[in-house]
Design a protein. Structure first.
Length: 492
């Protein structure tokens, strides 16, 4: 789309050249170029921004030159002169800009095509005497045609590049305001032409004063808009970063809103320092993590972007600390502090998830036999040591497929997939056997047993019913003398 726009714009330039030659090769072209080329180059760098905080409608000032030319060199009297001067002036002004190459190409093509449409409209409506209200009306109509053409081309370019609706781009807030501001630009061009045609040359030079005032105002407005946009993006980044629940979400929010914050529109969190064409800052406290942005062409923008990157790095450092503390707290909330096994909350959540998914599972409920005697004879420290070793043996006995957990006190549970007939019963016997082996504790040897209840899931089971059945089977095993495993349904 950008290349096609430039090609069509160059076609407008060639057409203007042929028209100029066919009209007698007006010698006024050289003098017009001497003034128009530098003026276009300056004005192209200071567009007016007329919208809100996060986005902006850019109103170009350089077309003031076009409407001046169309009045001083009317198409009827000097065919092609105004349009050829405009195209030869605006082409280098845009191609030598500091924006990305695709933006330069599109802006140059769009300016030449829009100028062609404006020249055709003004040429069709302009009277013989330029110093009349009718000429001003022709200029304003041409300005409207210029703005509409440029807006449509911009909307199509955005639609092609980002897959959005061109109509949605055209009806954005600020488009109408931008059109009104552009008509003022056209009036300024006509005013300069009227002064040149009616008054001495030294008075014409005074018309540069309002042009200079508009340029200064545009520059200040642009700087203010950039600061507002960056403040808005920084605020959004702060909100989203501190709302992130994980480090990955944090990085995504940082890159999304950080890209809106820097002038080049591209920011990344990466594991390398910035290169020669980048600005960046290390994230404090994060070894090997950097916030990096593409370097802007203008030194002033580079300084602003560097400050923005440093602010984001500090923001990321604080947010990462919060995320890690939150994740660590969440892990602690799901782990038994003494044994390191999952706790009741973790086990119940895992069981509820399996039941909700319709998985076929088995639950083992184990209660240690003789644990109170160890506590009473060897002390609570020995009891804690025994529980830790029992947890280690339990995890080893159930294997990688099982989820062992400490429910509290000397009660343990295991969640197993129910895949093969007899498998869960074998695991129950293995748990009894491993806990029957003597424990060599710091305070002395100890021997205990384990009563284990086993149950498997059936249709319409819930987590509570599974645990209740396994618990009931465990009590059957304990009443039968302990140190054994009982499958629910086999209690008799």
């Amino acid at each position: 789309m950008d290349t096609a726009t430039l090609v069509l714009g160059l076609g407008a330039l060639v057409g203007a050249l042929l028209r100029w030659r066919a009209g007698g090769a007006d010698a006024a072209l050289a003098g017009a170029l001497v003034l128009s080329v530098p003026l276009c180059w300056v004005l192209a760098r200071f567009p007016l921004l007329v919208t809100g905080i996060a986005s902006g409608i850019s109103v170009p000032l350089s077309p003031v030159v076009l409407f001046h030319l169309l009045t001083v060199h009317p198409p009827a009297a000097s065919p092609g002169t105004a349009l050829l001067t405009w195209t030869l002036s605006t082409l280098p002004a845009h191609l030598l800009d500091r924006r990305s190459w695709t933006s330069r190409v599109f802006n140059a093509g769009s300016a030449m095509l829009s100028g062609l449409v404006a020249a055709l409209v003004v040429g069709a409506l302009a009277p013989a005497d330029p110093l009349t209200p009718r000429q001003l009306l022709a200029v304003l109509t041409g300005a409207g045609a210029y703005y509409v053409t440029d807006a449509v081309l911009s909307a199509l370019s955005v639609a092609v590049e980002h897959g959005r609706s061109p109509v949605a781009e055209l009806i954005e807030p600020g488009t109408a305001v931008g059109g009104g501001m552009f008509l003022l630009v056209a009036v300024l061009g006509y005013l300069a032409a009227a002064v040149e045609l009616a008054l001495p040359p030294w008075v014409v030079a005074l018309t540069l004063v309002p042009v200079l005032a508009v340029v200064v105002a545009a520059s200040a407005s642009r700087s203010a808009h950039q600061r507002r946009r960056q403040q808005h993006a920084l605020f959004q980044a702060a909100v989203q970063v501190h709302a992130a629940a994980s480090a990955d979400e944090l990085v995504q929010a940082l890159e999304l809103h950080g890209s809106a914050l820097v002038s080049t529109g591209l920011l990344q969190v990466c594991a390398r320092p910035p290169g020669a064409e980048e600005v960046g800052c290390a994230i404090p406290g994060e070894s090997g993590r950097w916030v990096v942005a593409r370097r802007a062409p203008a030194p002033a923008s580079q300084r602003i972007d560097q400050t923005a990157v440093e602010s984001l790095a500090a923001l990321a450092a604080a947010a990462l600390v919060r995320v890690r503390l939150s994740e660590e707290s969440e892990r602690h909330a799901l782990v038994d502090a003494l044994t390191g096994l999952p706790n009741r909350r973790h086990f119940t959540a895992a069981l509820e998830r399996c039941v909700a998914e319709g998985a076929s599972v088995a639950v083992l409920f184990a209660d240690l036999d003789g644990f109170k005697a160890v506590n009473d004879t060897l002390g609570h420290a020995a009891g804690d040591e025994l529980l830790q070793e029992a947890a280690r043996r339990l995890a080893q006995a159930v294997g990688a497929d099982g989820l062992p957990a400490r429910l509290g006190g000397d009660e343990f549970a295991v969640l197993l997939p129910d895949r093969l007939p007899g498998l869960v019963e074998d695991v129950g016997e293995a748990v009894v056997a491993c806990l029957r082996e003597p424990f060599l504790l710091s305070a002395g040897p100890a021997t205990i047993g384990a009563s284990v209840g086993v149950t498997t899931s059936v249709r319409d089971d819930d987590a509570d019913s599974l645990l209740s059945r396994a618990d009931a089977a465990m009590y059957v095993a304990k009443r039968s003398g302990g140190s054994r495993s009982v499958l629910a349904g086999d209690e008799a």
